[in-house]
Design a protein around this ligand. Structure first.
Ligand SMILES: Nc1ncnc2c1ncn2[C@@H]1O[C@H](COP(=O)(O)OP(=O)(O)OP(=O)(O)O)[C@@H](O)[C@H]1O
Ligand SMILES: Nc1ccn([C@@H]2O[C@H](COP(=O)(O)O)[C@@H](O)[C@H]2O)c(=O)n1
Ligand SMILES: [Mg+2]
Length: 225
C-alpha cells in the first residue's frame, strides 16, 4: 500500500518495562509489550510465530482471542461474530479483557500483541486500563494487492476471508488503524518492515530488530535452566 511512514529501523538498545497497573493484569509485574500492526494479510501472525521460536515472547493475536471467544459460547459471541463478519472493530472493553486474561495465564513477561490496538479507542483504553506503554510497534508494510492475494489463498476457513469483507477490513485499516501507527511513529516507536517480500526475507529484517532480546534469552537459559 506504500504508506507515508518513514520510520528508520532503529535497534532498541535496552528492554524497558512497565509497572503500576490494573488490578487484574499486570499488577506490579514488570512486563514488555510489542504491538504488531499491519494490514489484513500483511503477515503478522506468520512472523509472530517465528519471533516466538527465536526470542521467547508469547504471541497474542487479538483476532484469534476474539474467534476463540465466539467458539467458547460466551454471551458476547454473537456480537463479536457479527462485527468480524463486517470487518468492524469490537469494543475495546471486550478485547482488552481477553488480552489481560491471556497475558496473566501465559506466565510470561514478554508479549507480542498482534492486531491490537486497531483504532484510537483500543489504544487509549489499553493504556488507561493497563498503564502499559509498548516497547515499540512492529509495523508490517505491505501493498494492498499482495495482502488481498495472501488472504484469498489462506484457506483457514475464516468467515472474514471473502472479498466483500476483505474490502471492508482494508477500509477500516486505512481509516482507523493507520492513524494509530502514525501516533506511535510521532513518538519514535515504530519499526517499519517491508512485508511484501518472501517470508524468510521479512524475518531477516525482523531478527535485526529483535536481536537485543536474543541476548536476554541466552542469559535466561544459562542462569535459570
Ligand atoms: N511474506 C509472505 N509472503 C507470502 N505469503 C505470506 C507471507 N507472509 C505470510 N504469508 C501468507 O499469507 C497469509 C496471511 O498471513 P498471516 O495470517 O500471517 O497474516 P496476518 O497479518 O496475520 O493477517 P490477518 O490480519 O488477516 O490475521 C497466510 O496464508 C501466510 O502463510
Ligand atoms: N483489536 C482487534 C482485533 C481484531 N478485531 C476483529 O477481528 C477481526 C480479525 O482480526 P485479525 O487481526 O485476525 O485479522 C478484525 O477484522 C476485527 O473484526 C477487533 O475487533 N479488534
Ligand atoms: Mg493474523
Amino acid at each position: 500500500m506504500g504508506t507515508m511512514l518513514d520510520a528508520t529501523v532503529d535497534v532498541p538498545v535496552a528492554v524497558e518495562t512497565s509497572k503500576d497497573a490494573d488490578e487484574s493484569f499486570p499488577g506490579d509485574k514488570k512486563i514488555t509489550v510489542v504491538f504488531v500492526l499491519g494490514g489484513p494479510g500483511s503477515g503478522k501472525g506468520t512472523q509472530c510465530a517465528n519471533i516466538v521460536q527465536h526470542f521467547g515472547f508469547t504471541h497474542l493475536s487479538a483476532g484469534d482471542l476474539l474467534r476463540a471467544e465466539i467458539k467458547s459460547g460466551s454471551e458476547n459471541g454473537t456480537m463479536i461474530q457479527n462485527m468480524i463478519k463486517e470487518g468492524k472493530i469490537v469494543p475495546s472493553e471486550v478485547t482488552i479483557k481477553l488480552l489481560q486474561r491471556a497475558m496473566r495465564e501465559s506466565g510470561n513477561d514478554k508479549f507480542l500483541i498482534d492486531g491490537f490496538p486497531r483504532n484510537e479507542e483500543n489504544r487509549a483504553a489499553f493504556e488507561e486500563v493497563t498503564k502499559i506503554e509498548p516497547e515499540f510497534v512492529l509495523f508490517f508494510d505491505c501493498p494492498e494487492e499482495e495482502m488481498q492475494r495472501r488472504i484469498l489463498g489462506r484457506n483457514q476457513g475464516r468467515e472474514d476471508d471473502n472479498i466483500e469483507t476483505i474490502r471492508k477490513r482494508f477500509k477500516v485499516f486505512m481509516e482507523s488503524s493507520l492513524p494509530v501507527i502514525e501516533y506511535y511513529n510521532s513518538k519514535g516507536k515504530v519499526r517499519k518492515i517491508d512485508a511484501g517480500k518472501p517470508i524468510e526475507e521479512v524475518f531477516e529484517d525482523v531478527k535485526e530488530i529483535f536481536s537485543p532480546y536474543s541476548a536476554q534469552v541466552r542469559y535466561f537459559y544459562k542462569h535459570f535452566l
